[in-house]
Design a binder for this molecule. Structure first.
Ligand SMILES: Nc1ncnc2c1ncn2[C@@H]1O[C@H](COP(=O)(O)OP(=O)(O)O)[C@@H](O)[C@H]1O
Ligand SMILES: [Mg+2]
Length: 239
């Protein structure tokens, strides 16, 4: 398999404060990979660093064998990378439709309509909400909208930061299933999840972070089955 994303000894943070202490991680083409780890260990910082949104210190990020270290987000989007942030991922006061098109103003209309068709097919519940403001959406619908916004650029590779946080178990499952559908349609997935068991079940591999480092990298099935791993690192995973 070919590595789509390959990260070597990545160190980053905010201002002078280093948060990531040398992360090595790869994602093969068409893989679904989950990152888990305790609050504050640097998961969001890691995803933001890939997407050019935190202070880069050192290390290298390769995407399709091209060095994309510390490149601006808008250029990463043109290379096929897209990102669903953990918070503030929709414009609450704009309609569903405006949320979708606001990031696509430079798209040809035909391409835009094709993308919208793809999105409404994936999330049929969004279509009847088209003219409602995002604030009126449920938590689950809001995450669907956030994912849809990231899909407008037709990415090959999608970064998602805790898309099921604060959702009901029913919506958590729906969102993870939709992300699996996206993978099946050819999009490679790297996701951060607190709902470790749910996400690992849909994943090929998992990484466990602690204190800005990778402490375990294994097949998702192994993490789910190995009592030592799950008891030691995940506490809640068997519950
Ligand atoms: N914008 C920021 N400025 C300064 N420190 C930050 C910022 N965002 C996060 N941090 C700090 O970085 C550390 C890792 O945070 P984060 O990557 O959000 O962790 P996680 O996503 O694993 O919960 C925490 O100590 C947090 O306080
Ligand atoms: Mg986070």
């Amino acid at each position: 398999m070919s590595k789509l994303l390959n990260i070597k000894n990545l160190k980053s943070g905010y201002g002078n404060v280093q948060i990531l202490n040398g992360i090595d991680l790869y994602v093969d083409k068409n893989e679904f990979v989950t990152i888990i780890g305790p609050n504050g260990c640097g998961k969001s910082t890691f995803i933001k660093t890939i997407f050019g949104l935190s202070k880069y210190f050192s290390g290298e990020i390769f995407f399709q064998n091209e060095n994309i270290t510390n490149i601006r987000s808008d250029l990463l989007i043109t290379k096929g990378i897209s990102y669903v942030p953990q918070v503030e991922n929709v414009f609450s006061s704009l309609s569903v439709y405006d949320n979708l098109i606001i990031g696509s103003l430079n798209l040809e209309q035909k391409i835009l309509y094709n993308r919208l068709d793809f999105i409404y097919e994936l999330f049929p519940d969004l279509y009847p909400r088209n003219s409602d403001i995002a604030e009126s959406l449920s938590g689950g619908e809001r995450q669907m909208l956030a994912i849809s916004r990231a899909l407008l650029s037709n990415p090959k590779f999608l970064l998602l930061d805790e898309p099921t946080a604060a959702l009901s178990p029913k919506f958590q499952k729906i969102i993870i299933n939709k992300i699996s559908e996206l993978r099946n349609s050819g999009i490679t997935i790297l996701i951060v999840e607190q709902n470790a068991k749910l996400s690992l079940k849909a994943s090929d591999r998992g990484y466990i972070f602690s204190n800005g480092k990778v402490v375990l990298d294994a097949k998702a099935s192994k993490i789910l089955q190995d009592d030592n791993i799950s008891d030691y690192f995940l506490g809640k995973i068997k519950s």
